[in-house]
Design a protein around this ligand. Sequence first.
Ligand SMILES: Nc1nc2c(ncn2[C@@H]2O[C@H](COP(=O)(O)OP(=O)(O)OP(=O)(O)O)[C@@H](O)[C@H]2O)c(=O)[nH]1
Ligand SMILES: [Zn+2]
Length: 360
Amino acid sequence: MFADPTCVNVERAISDVRAGRPVLVQAGGDMVLAIAVEGLDQRMADALADVTDGCARLLLTSARLRYLGLDRTAPGSVPMPVIDLDRLGHLALRINGRIDAPVGPVSYLDEAALELAQLSLVLPAMLAIPLAPPCTALQNLLSVPAEEVHAYRRRRIEHLRIVSRAPVPLDGAYETEFVVFRGGEGLRDQVAILVKAPNPAGAVDVRIHSACLTGDLFGSLKCECGDQLRHTVKQMAEGEGGILLYLDQEGRGNGIGNKMQSQGYDTYDADEALGFEADHRSFDFAAVMLRQLGVETVRVLTNNPSKIAALREAGLAVVSERRVLGRPTAENVRYLASKRDRAGHKIDFDLLAVHAPLND
Ligand SMILES: Nc1nc2c(ncn2[C@@H]2O[C@H](COP(=O)(O)OP(=O)(O)OP(=O)(O)O)[C@@H](O)[C@H]2O)c(=O)[nH]1
Ligand SMILES: [Zn+2]
């Protein structure tokens, strides 16, 4: 009845985690109740207190543990004998948080719980309560095998497929077609914009662009995304055409809610404070989209070496790369410098100033 039954429970679990409901993560005979910390309220904390037996643990990513002052490269768990919302908030969410107890390792189940948080686009901090099955008080909760959570991203990629396509003439790029893909991670729609019907048998100009509501749509001065987006389409229209993949990866894949929490700080420090690794976007499904469009050889338009590496890793031939420049503004200069210094993006400030594409 279902195309891939192993994805069904994970997708239901994603929905429950986003709604602030607990889910059961299980493997073999072991089970933990997992719930996102960001949605916990006193009523839920009281309900959970009835099943904890004092052995609840707070699961935190290595990024958050580093922010709390530990030298960590792996996630960890902090004992939580009493479900104290204030302490949870302090450890998991607050800017002035500091670690207050020994940090233990995480189990296979815990890792799946943290992965569920990331798939659900909530802050990656989970409360985990080990349970001894059968647990009759929790019969209504969704139960998901840890193995299915771990395999989810890979499995979902196999289901990416084109669901619709139509010509959409753009201002300055008349011959343009939008091709919509569905079935991938989180069932979110991903869009390929084909400018001037490029011949897929040759080398095709390709830009992979992660969504940025603030920059792409509203022209935020804090980043260069809107400039890059419009400049690329214009260049493709004036040249031999190309493909722009517009990926639903708002906030470097952390979601718009988490991105807004990070405004005002260094962009990577802010993500680490919230528990996100510097940039954990994956671009493997972009390669699958290109392949479904018949493309095997690409000229990539980006400053981001990870995008090039991801396409090569997926087996596409990257024959050249070109920088994509935006306007430097007083508001984005720190953001651009961070991308250059912290993430190795190839951004040359002198060139930025010279090109200033939208001031043409
Ligand atoms: N987490 C977070 N994400 C941000 C912030 N500002 C912009 N972004 C996101 O950063 C991403 C930028 O993605 P891309 O346009 O693909 O660019 P890139 O990875 O910088 O690489 P290029 O191809 O060189 O442009 C988008 O998803 C934006 O929403 C921020 O302050 N915090
Ligand atoms: Zn942006």
